[in-house]
Design a protein around this ligand. Sequence first.
Ligand SMILES: NC(=O)c1ccc[n+]([C@@H]2O[C@H](COP(=O)([O-])OP(=O)(O)OC[C@H]3O[C@@H](n4cnc5c(N)ncnc54)[C@H](OP(=O)(O)O)[C@@H]3O)[C@@H](O)[C@H]2O)c1
Length: 178
Amino acid sequence: MRSTCSVFCGVSLDGFIARPDGALDFLEGDGTAEMGDHGYEAFIAGVDAIVMGRHTFEVVLGFGQWPYTKKVFVLSSGNVDLSVARQRGADVELLHASPEEVVHQLAARGCKHLYIDGGATVQRFLRAGLIDRLIVTHVPVLIGQGIPLFGPLEKDIRWKLVASRSFPGGLVQSEYAR
Ligand SMILES: NC(=O)c1ccc[n+]([C@@H]2O[C@H](COP(=O)([O-])OP(=O)(O)OC[C@H]3O[C@@H](n4cnc5c(N)ncnc54)[C@H](OP(=O)(O)O)[C@@H]3O)[C@@H](O)[C@H]2O)c1
């Protein structure tokens, strides 16, 4: 048995999850409309743990406050200092495992539903055929360059559209399942 894996992320219209330097400012819109949480709270409530790449962990550390109440597993092939996050109240653990090992190890630890986060990390799980649900919120802005959500694949991955929703500020959210 393996955990179910979901992605929930905001992207520019041209498919970037962050600027080249990791900045996320474009996700906030142009300030003319209240962006709301567009379903994030409901989504995160149904998640047992968050699995994020080391780069995303470092960006989250830069927020100052630790934003998650769920257990977080940070993926890295190296040593990552978790002490600052723990001082801020994070329940965080380091993992060095393939996507396949992650979904089996964490299922065995009772995590039925994983939130997979980070560009390279999502791409690895996609290539391994392990993403079951994609919730992508497009922000109506082109930023030209940045860190892409999607990347090269060995073969096509087809999805079923579950829902599409629009929000104030011009956000369009598409939810897909395998
Ligand atoms: N717009 C959004 O909704 C959204 C969501 C999430 C993230 N972001 C942004 O995306 C950016 C980060 O994305 P990213 O593509 O640069 O990187 P990332 O996926 O956050 O992190 C990549 C790193 O994770 C580690 N990793 C991933 N899979 C692994 C595995 N199976 N085993 C061991 N280590 C593994 C590696 O770390 P090592 O190099 O240490 O081995 C790899 O270099 C940040 O700017 C973040 O803010 C945006």
